[in-house]
Design a protein around this ligand. Structure first.
Ligand code: 5AD
Ligand code: FES
Length: 353
């Protein structure tokens, strides 16, 4: 892996920078034959591309983890239904609105409501909540990250004022998808949700874990091809990290190195994409998010959830940011960005078209 860059790899990097696309087999080759030199070359180009479009501004989103109750049983996830050691919670509407007010005063102009697939959040509960947030903070974007719902539901939430929706595709390979999820979940259904969201004119985020069990250079090449063709506004990628109370407890975590490499490639595929340096990246390396930015990411998501519930939203072991107050979490990220020559933007942080 740490061999000097071979000329074929260099040619592929040049081609990717110029054409924003490679063939499936070239992506496989780029992943299989990666080296420190190739990673450095990709990061340099990704960082430059992002600077051309967004300067040194890093977009910030306030993450509110509204519920860890989930009807799903994804094999990798710490809040899966069958994890009976997980202590469950659900925020009330007042608590969520309080988080938004606090976030607004701290300078957040995007709120991400994330949660498990919790049946309590019916369309009417969510629509009323979204309307209140938009009413109280008309200059803010509301992002939902609440899993798979019906097209009609997505449509009503959009009409109530939701601007964006994050739904990671998890893997673009149907076979791989089946190895990460229980039989009742379906790859086609997930992809259909993403298409519906796009058609309903949400700004849409897809994404996947790096180093998830059974992932291969081929499945990753499919993820990259999917990003090329789907044209997401955002793509959330972070390392898989095992959670002790899941079937994947003993599986190895994804690496910092491969995550950074893929962040750079995705930036070059779609130069204006919103690419978060995720909490998972900050969990596997103390400087993971800074390194993510330097590899081409341009979004960070400080935690705005009440401190009392943070440890309970444990998708994977040792998650960071679970002890800090919202203000501390934002301050910490702001200092981290400044330490590498970037600063947090104060607007909604929409994609530049
Ligand atoms: N490690 C890393 N990321 C995880 N997610 C769920 N479980 C894990 C884990 N063990 C990610 C999934 C999901 C998002 C909310 O968190 O990709 O879509
Ligand atoms: Fe599926 Fe949590 S159980 S993302």
């Amino acid at each position: 892996m740490s061999l000097p860059m071979n000329p074929e790899i260099f040619a592929l990097i040049e081609q990717l920078s110029a054409e924003h696309t490679l063939s499936f087999s070239d992506y496989v080759f780029l992943i299989e034959h990666r080296s420190d030199a190739a990673a450095a070359e990709l990061a340099k180009r990704a960082d430059a591309k992002r600077k051309e479009i967004y300067g040194n501004q890093i977009f910030v989103r306030g993450l509110i983890e509204i519920s860890n109750i989930c009807k799903n049983n994804c094999l990798y996830c710490g809040i899966r239904r069958d994890n009976h050691s997980c202590s469950r919670y659900r925020l009330t509407e007042e608590e969520i609105l309080y988080c938004c007010r606090e976030g607004y005063d701290l300078g957040f102009r995007t709120f991400v409501l994330q949660g498990g697939e919790d049946g309590y959040y019916t369309d009417s509960v969510l629509c009323s909540l979204i309307r209140k947030i938009k009413d109280q903070h008309p200059d803010c974007a509301v992002t939902l990250s609440l899993g798979e719902r019906s097209r009609r539901s997505y449509e009503m939430l959009r009409e109530a004022g939701a601007d964006r929706y994050l739904l990671r595709h998890e893997t673009a390979d149907a076979e791989h998808y089946r190895k990460l999820h229980p039989p009742e979940m379906s790859f086609d259904h997930r992809m259909n949700c993403l298409m519906d969201l796009k058609e309903l004119s949400y700004q849409v985020g897809c994404g996947f874990m790096v180093g998830s069990p059974y992932q291969t250079p081929q499945t990753l090449a499919k993820d990259l091809k999917f990003v090329e063709t789907f044209h997401p506004d955002m793509c959330g990628i972070g390392p898989f990290i095992p959670h002790q109370a899941t079937p994947f407890a003993k599986q190895p975590a994804g690496t910092l190195e491969l995550t950074l490499y893929l962040l750079s490639i995705i930036r070059l595929i779609q130069p204006n994409i919103l690419l978060p340096a995720t909490t998972a990246l900050g969990t596997i390396d103390p400087k993971g998010r800074e390194k993510g930015i330097l590899a081409g990411a341009n979004v960070v998501m400080p935690n705005l959830s009440p401190v009392s519930v943070r440890k309970k939203y444990e998708l994977y072991d040792n998650k960071i940011c679970t002890g800090e107050e919202s203000a501390q979490c934002r301050g910490c990220l702001s200092r981290r960005m400044e330490s590498i020559g970037y600063s947090l933007a104060t607007d909604r942080g929409d994609i530049k078209k």
